[in-house]
Design a protein around this ligand. Structure first.
Ligand SMILES: [Zn+2]
Length: 127
């Protein structure tokens, strides 16, 4: 895997000083949006364990490791746009390269829950 310099989440910080700290467990995501950003970066970085670990236990069974891995690896992510965020919801657009260099968008409104001091992804509504 090629090293990542600028954080994929669009913060304009280096990856090492941004989402990588959260993905490596050196820092805890303070908000649903921070967790969501780190999960986007984890998709880019292929951090499958982190994606599974941050999915809430109630919905984890719906997410198969192989599917996450395939999606992460086969997709060329090109940017994240936060549309709106509340305490427990983040609406975002994750852009990726489609056929013939077109840009496709994964538009989702995700729900998060705080449990035991940690944020978890519960589920999402897709547009
Ligand atoms: Zn980041």
């Amino acid at each position: 895997m090629t090293p990542i310099n600028l954080c994929p989440c669009g913060s304009n910080n280096s990856y090492a000083a941004c989402c990588e700290l959260i993905i490596d467990g050196k820092k805890i995501a303070q908000t649903a949006e921070e967790l969501m950003r780190s999960r986007y970066s984890a998709y880019v970085a292929g951090q499958i364990d982190y994606l599974i670990a941050t999915t809430h236990s109630s919905t984890r069974k719906n997410h198969h490791r192989k599917d996450i891995e395939n999606w992460s690896k086969s997709t060329k992510w090109v940017g994240l746009e936060i549309v709106q965020a509340t305490d427990t919801m983040v609406e975002f657009k994750a852009n990726f390269e489609g056929e013939n260099n077109s840009i496709e968008t994964h538009h989702e409104k995700s729900t998060f829950v705080l449990e035991g001091g940690k944020w978890y992804y519960v589920d999402g509504k897709f547009y």
